[in-house]
Design a protein around this ligand. Structure first.
Ligand code: HEC
Length: 141
Protein backbone atom coordinates (compact mmCIF):
# COMPACT_ATOMS: atom_id res chain seq x y z
CA UNK A 1 0.00 0.00 0.00
CA UNK A 2 2.88 2.35 -0.76
CA UNK A 3 1.41 5.56 -2.10
CA UNK A 4 -2.16 4.46 -1.91
CA UNK A 5 -3.40 6.97 0.66
CA UNK A 6 -2.25 10.08 -1.12
CA UNK A 7 -3.08 8.70 -4.56
CA UNK A 8 -6.57 7.76 -3.52
CA UNK A 9 -7.09 11.24 -2.12
CA UNK A 10 -5.81 12.68 -5.35
CA UNK A 11 -7.99 10.34 -7.37
CA UNK A 12 -11.11 11.26 -5.48
CA UNK A 13 -10.32 14.97 -5.67
CA UNK A 14 -9.84 14.74 -9.40
CA UNK A 15 -12.88 12.57 -9.84
CA UNK A 16 -15.08 15.16 -8.22
CA UNK A 17 -13.67 17.90 -10.41
CA UNK A 18 -15.67 17.92 -13.62
CA UNK A 19 -15.00 16.96 -16.33
CA UNK A 20 -11.99 14.66 -16.55
CA UNK A 21 -9.47 15.50 -19.24
CA UNK A 22 -9.83 12.26 -21.19
CA UNK A 23 -9.20 12.20 -24.88
CA UNK A 24 -11.75 9.42 -25.44
CA UNK A 25 -15.35 10.36 -25.93
CA UNK A 26 -17.22 10.12 -22.64
CA UNK A 27 -19.47 7.13 -22.35
CA UNK A 28 -21.59 8.47 -19.55
CA UNK A 29 -24.63 9.11 -21.72
CA UNK A 30 -26.29 5.71 -21.48
CA UNK A 31 -29.81 6.79 -20.48
CA UNK A 32 -30.70 3.37 -19.08
CA UNK A 33 -27.93 3.43 -16.49
CA UNK A 34 -27.69 7.05 -15.50
CA UNK A 35 -27.25 6.55 -11.76
CA UNK A 36 -24.80 3.69 -12.36
CA UNK A 37 -22.79 5.85 -14.75
CA UNK A 38 -22.62 8.63 -12.19
CA UNK A 39 -21.26 6.20 -9.58
CA UNK A 40 -18.66 5.04 -12.08
CA UNK A 41 -17.66 8.62 -12.83
CA UNK A 42 -17.40 9.43 -9.16
CA UNK A 43 -15.43 6.39 -7.99
CA UNK A 44 -13.65 4.85 -10.97
CA UNK A 45 -12.97 7.35 -13.75
CA UNK A 46 -9.94 9.05 -12.17
CA UNK A 47 -7.95 5.86 -12.70
CA UNK A 48 -9.83 3.83 -15.33
CA UNK A 49 -10.81 6.87 -17.40
CA UNK A 50 -14.16 8.40 -18.28
CA UNK A 51 -14.11 5.99 -21.23
CA UNK A 52 -13.20 3.01 -19.03
CA UNK A 53 -10.15 2.30 -21.16
CA UNK A 54 -7.62 2.60 -18.37
CA UNK A 55 -6.60 6.14 -19.28
CA UNK A 56 -7.75 8.10 -16.25
CA UNK A 57 -5.95 11.22 -15.20
CA UNK A 58 -4.10 9.41 -12.38
CA UNK A 59 -3.25 6.32 -14.47
CA UNK A 60 0.27 7.39 -15.49
CA UNK A 61 1.29 7.51 -11.83
CA UNK A 62 0.18 3.97 -11.05
CA UNK A 63 2.20 0.77 -11.34
CA UNK A 64 0.62 -1.53 -12.31
CA UNK A 65 -1.64 0.62 -14.47
CA UNK A 66 -5.42 0.46 -14.16
CA UNK A 67 -6.86 -2.05 -16.59
CA UNK A 68 -9.00 -1.30 -19.67
CA UNK A 69 -12.42 -2.12 -18.24
CA UNK A 70 -14.04 -2.24 -21.69
CA UNK A 71 -12.04 -5.35 -22.65
CA UNK A 72 -13.09 -7.68 -19.84
CA UNK A 73 -15.68 -9.47 -21.96
CA UNK A 74 -13.25 -10.00 -24.82
CA UNK A 75 -10.67 -11.34 -22.41
CA UNK A 76 -13.21 -13.84 -21.12
CA UNK A 77 -14.09 -15.23 -24.53
CA UNK A 78 -17.16 -13.09 -25.07
CA UNK A 79 -18.86 -13.66 -21.75
CA UNK A 80 -18.75 -10.92 -19.11
CA UNK A 81 -17.84 -12.67 -15.80
CA UNK A 82 -20.15 -10.62 -13.61
CA UNK A 83 -19.67 -12.49 -10.36
CA UNK A 84 -15.91 -12.50 -10.68
CA UNK A 85 -15.79 -8.79 -11.46
CA UNK A 86 -18.10 -8.01 -8.53
CA UNK A 87 -15.89 -9.97 -6.15
CA UNK A 88 -12.77 -8.40 -7.53
CA UNK A 89 -14.11 -4.83 -7.23
CA UNK A 90 -15.52 -5.50 -3.79
CA UNK A 91 -12.09 -6.84 -2.92
CA UNK A 92 -12.75 -8.48 0.42
CA UNK A 93 -10.91 -11.66 1.37
CA UNK A 94 -8.72 -11.46 -1.69
CA UNK A 95 -5.12 -10.57 -2.22
CA UNK A 96 -6.27 -7.06 -2.94
CA UNK A 97 -7.55 -6.62 0.60
CA UNK A 98 -3.98 -7.04 1.81
CA UNK A 99 -2.35 -4.31 -0.19
CA UNK A 100 0.15 -4.30 -3.05
CA UNK A 101 -2.34 -2.81 -5.51
CA UNK A 102 -3.34 0.84 -5.85
CA UNK A 103 -6.88 -0.29 -6.55
CA UNK A 104 -9.02 0.57 -3.50
CA UNK A 105 -10.97 -2.17 -1.71
CA UNK A 106 -14.39 -0.82 -2.68
CA UNK A 107 -16.42 -3.08 -0.44
CA UNK A 108 -14.67 -1.48 2.52
CA UNK A 109 -14.75 2.05 1.13
CA UNK A 110 -18.51 1.89 0.54
CA UNK A 111 -19.21 0.22 3.87
CA UNK A 112 -17.20 2.93 5.61
CA UNK A 113 -19.47 5.56 4.07
CA UNK A 114 -22.44 4.09 5.94
CA UNK A 115 -23.24 4.27 9.63
CA UNK A 116 -21.33 1.61 11.59
CA UNK A 117 -24.48 0.38 13.33
CA UNK A 118 -26.45 0.02 10.09
CA UNK A 119 -27.33 -3.71 10.01
CA UNK A 120 -27.61 -3.64 6.19
CA UNK A 121 -24.23 -2.06 5.74
CA UNK A 122 -22.52 -4.96 3.96
CA UNK A 123 -25.48 -5.60 1.70
CA UNK A 124 -25.80 -1.96 0.74
CA UNK A 125 -22.09 -1.69 0.03
CA UNK A 126 -22.38 -4.80 -2.17
CA UNK A 127 -25.40 -3.24 -3.92
CA UNK A 128 -23.36 -0.20 -4.82
CA UNK A 129 -20.58 -2.37 -6.23
CA UNK A 130 -23.16 -4.31 -8.26
CA UNK A 131 -24.58 -1.11 -9.77
CA UNK A 132 -21.13 -0.05 -10.87
CA UNK A 133 -20.45 -3.51 -12.29
CA UNK A 134 -23.72 -3.25 -14.28
CA UNK A 135 -22.34 -0.09 -15.78
CA UNK A 136 -18.97 -1.68 -16.50
CA UNK A 137 -20.80 -4.52 -18.25
CA UNK A 138 -22.66 -1.99 -20.40
CA UNK A 139 -19.45 -0.49 -21.80
CA UNK A 140 -17.89 -3.76 -23.05
CA UNK A 141 -16.63 -3.63 -26.65
C1 HEC B 1 -6.86 4.80 -7.41
C2 HEC B 1 -7.02 4.24 -8.73
C3 HEC B 1 -8.18 3.30 -9.01
C4 HEC B 1 -9.51 3.55 -8.84
C5 HEC B 1 -10.16 4.83 -8.30
C6 HEC B 1 -10.21 2.37 -9.32
N1 HEC B 1 -9.32 1.44 -9.77
FE1 HEC B 1 -9.74 -0.37 -10.57
N2 HEC B 1 -7.76 -0.79 -10.74
C7 HEC B 1 -6.75 0.11 -10.45
C8 HEC B 1 -5.48 -0.52 -10.77
C9 HEC B 1 -4.11 0.13 -10.59
C10 HEC B 1 -5.77 -1.80 -11.27
C11 HEC B 1 -4.76 -2.84 -11.79
C12 HEC B 1 -4.05 -3.53 -10.69
C13 HEC B 1 -4.97 -4.43 -9.95
O1 HEC B 1 -5.62 -5.29 -10.56
O2 HEC B 1 -5.07 -4.24 -8.76
C14 HEC B 1 -7.22 -1.94 -11.22
C15 HEC B 1 -7.91 -3.09 -11.57
C16 HEC B 1 -9.28 -3.18 -11.67
C17 HEC B 1 -9.99 -4.37 -12.09
C18 HEC B 1 -9.37 -5.71 -12.42
C19 HEC B 1 -9.21 -6.45 -11.14
C20 HEC B 1 -8.62 -7.83 -11.27
O3 HEC B 1 -8.84 -8.61 -10.34
O4 HEC B 1 -7.94 -8.12 -12.26
C21 HEC B 1 -11.32 -4.06 -12.10
C22 HEC B 1 -12.48 -4.98 -12.48
C23 HEC B 1 -11.43 -2.68 -11.66
N3 HEC B 1 -10.17 -2.19 -11.40
C24 HEC B 1 -12.62 -2.00 -11.52
C25 HEC B 1 -12.74 -0.74 -10.90
C26 HEC B 1 -14.01 -0.11 -10.60
C27 HEC B 1 -15.37 -0.67 -10.98
C28 HEC B 1 -13.71 1.06 -9.95
C29 HEC B 1 -14.69 2.03 -9.34
C30 HEC B 1 -15.53 1.52 -8.29
C31 HEC B 1 -12.26 1.16 -9.89
N4 HEC B 1 -11.71 0.05 -10.45
C32 HEC B 1 -11.58 2.24 -9.32
C33 HEC B 1 -6.87 1.37 -9.94
C34 HEC B 1 -8.07 1.97 -9.59
Amino acid sequence: MRRTGSLLTLALLLASAAPAADTEAPILENPRLKAEAELYRQYCSACHGVSGRGDGIVAPFLDPRPIDLTLIKQNFEGRFPKYLVTMSVEGRDTVRAHGKSDMPVWGEVFAAELLPDDPDRQARARGKVMKIVDYVESIQR
